[in-house]
Design a protein. Sequence first.
Length: 232
Amino acid sequence: MKNLTIKAIVIAALCLTFSCGRQTKDSGKSGKNDKAGISEQLILKTSDDVIKELKNGNKRFVENRLINTDYKKQIELTKTGQKPHAVILSCMDSRVPPEIIFDQGIGNIFVIRVAGNIEDVNVLGSMEYAVEHAGSKLIVVMGHNHCGAVTGAVEDIKLGNLTQLVGQIKPAIKSDIKDPDIIDQTAKSNVLMTIGDILNRSEIIHELVHDKKVAIIGAFYDIETGIVTFME
Ligand SMILES: [Zn+2]
């Protein structure tokens, strides 16, 4: 009896020890790229590769098999520099954290967040730094469903500086106010409008996109499922 108890304790201890390695072992199943974030800083050379990794990362997130969660290791890997492969403009909504929903962790993506994922001169400056100086290959403008900022624009709310912010979203309202899909349709059209604004207002980004050195793409996040759909 005593021996059995000791055996059980030893087995339990071994299970605890080895459960730490399980995440790394499972991650190997989903392909070579999936492992890169663990063993080394992920370096991707083309915008197509970056889109592929973001799609894979979102798939890992949805399937609950994240691999880029060893933050201590990622801090170690990035302490002497960063080479983020993408810059993502996303809403400030607490349910839409790009590092998590794309399973990128620390050091792989620049993230700019503002209510309604709209651009302004500071956002453009940050993006220009990312693509021109830091070598990011992809700009993603990501909206989401049930967006509070978009709802504010549709409902014409007035509140301090927020009035200006929602005012910038208003030109994206294309549907009739009675349309039950007006919020999500406006959020999608706001993404496309923002992409147009970025290309119109940043000569640097316009040129890099024109020369196919950088790509810009819209995306839409579903807060009910965790799924990101790219607007290709
Ligand atoms: Zn939002």
